[in-house]
Design a protein around this ligand. Structure first.
Ligand code: ATP
Ligand code: MG
Length: 337
């Protein structure tokens, strides 16, 4: 999409919810939309699924500009987008199964066909045995899973989730994220995930897009963001940490992983440099199934910086001097960040 949105509330001054913004959502990936409250995330979601029309620009789904379509055609065009919102409202007088059937009923599917499809989806979200339960008899996480099943019943190509896991405990959040990952992989779903929970991003997202005050300020592959600690997204994905000061005679070096590394890299690095290397602190996370770290080591300042960087490189590490007693030849080292 390449669009902007200004709201004109009656009797109040206009609100620029989204400045003119160009955003492409890659197919088959999970894109996380991040930002503080009021940043414009939900506005992006509403534009993408046609709930709101842009004030400027256009929004295309699979090459079809939906921003000027008449209502009926818009409904057709956005049918391929399944939507889940926070605390998705299920119809309280319908069972879980009937709720999942709803979109199929609206699109005119026959009773037997929609029953079968709804059962298959409830099984998919692990709620086969709750088919006959009413929403009031389900936990928050179970309701959310029913909402996912309902969003998927019309076989969408896209899934748009706005704070779908907010307010759920971490175990339930995990099970829902696992489910979304399976859906991406099995059904090749394109997922747009609006969230303020960074755990969700680390666990599931391929790309992250950061909004601030109605403007897109950064976007990157999550794994790249983790390796760029000076970027805003980098700091969100791997937050800065406090570390112990380097002991006298040593220099603080920052370690990042350039690629998949052997987990015993620290003793290996010690051996290669023939030095004891204390760990001063840092942060280590698994992002999208891959270990990513930013750690701080105290390395004897007498060692040539080139040798330290070289030893790290051989192990798949990116080593950068970060202060303390500067190594003798640190000026010679130039490493791309
Ligand atoms: N219908 C509306 N009328 C007027 N202003 C609106 C409307 N919808 C949203 N806004 C304003 O647009 C801005 C962006 O809102 P939006 O809902 O996109 O934020 P958000 O990033 O989703 O925030 P949150 O994390 O709190 O959900 C806010 O300042 C909001 O008050
Ligand atoms: Mg919102």
């Amino acid at each position: 999409m390449s669009a902007g949105k200004t709201y004109y509330p009656r009797g109040r001054s206009p609100v620029v919810a989204l400045k003119p913004t160009t955003l492409d959502i890659p197919a088959g990936e999970v894109t996380a939309i991040l930002g503080e409250s009021g940043a414009g995330k939900t506005t992006v979601g509403r534009l993408v699924n046609g709930l709101t029309r842009p004030t400027t620009g256009s929004v295309s789904i699979d090459g079809v500009d939906i921003s000027r379509l008449p209502h009926k055609k818009l409904i057709d065009a956005t049918r391929k987008i399944g939507v889940i919102f926070q605390g998705s409202a299920l119809l309280s007088r319908r069972t879980a199964l009937e709720n999942v059937e709803l979109p199929l009923q609206i699109s005119g599917a026959g009773r037997a066909a929609r029953r079968a499809r709804a059962r298959e989806l409830l099984a998919r979200v692990g709620l086969e045995e709750k088919a006959g339960a009413y929403p009031s008899q389900l936990s928050g996480g179970q309701k959310q899973r029913v909402a996912i099943a309902r969003a998927l019943s019309a076989r969408p190509d896209y899934l748009l989730a706005d704070e779908a896991t907010s307010g759920l405990d971490s175990e339930t959040t995990r099970s829902i994220l696992r489910l979304l990952r399976e859906l991406r992989d099995d059904l090749r779903l394109t997922v747009v995930l609006i969230t303020h929970e960074m755990d969700v991003v680390r666990e599931l997202a391929d790309r992250a897009v950061l909004f601030e005050g109605g403007a897109l300020v950064e976007q990157a592959a999550v794994s790249d963001a983790a390796r760029t600690p000076d970027s805003r997204l980098g700091r969100l994905v791997l937050p800065p940490v406090n570390i112990a000061p380097a002991p006298p005679g040593t220099t603080t070096w920052e370690v990042g992983y350039a690629r998949e590394v052997a987990l015993d890299w620290l003793p290996e690095l010690s051996a290669r440099l023939d030095a004891r290397i204390p760990l001063l602190g840092g942060i280590s996370e698994v992002i999208n199934g891959h270990p990513v770290s930013r750690l701080y080591l105290a390395i004897p300042s007498g060692l040539p910086a080139q040798a330290v960087a070289g030893a790290g490189e051989a192990l798949g590490l990116v080593l950068l001097p970060r202060g303390g007693d500067a190594p003798a030849d640190s000026r010679k080292v130039t490493l791309a960040r």
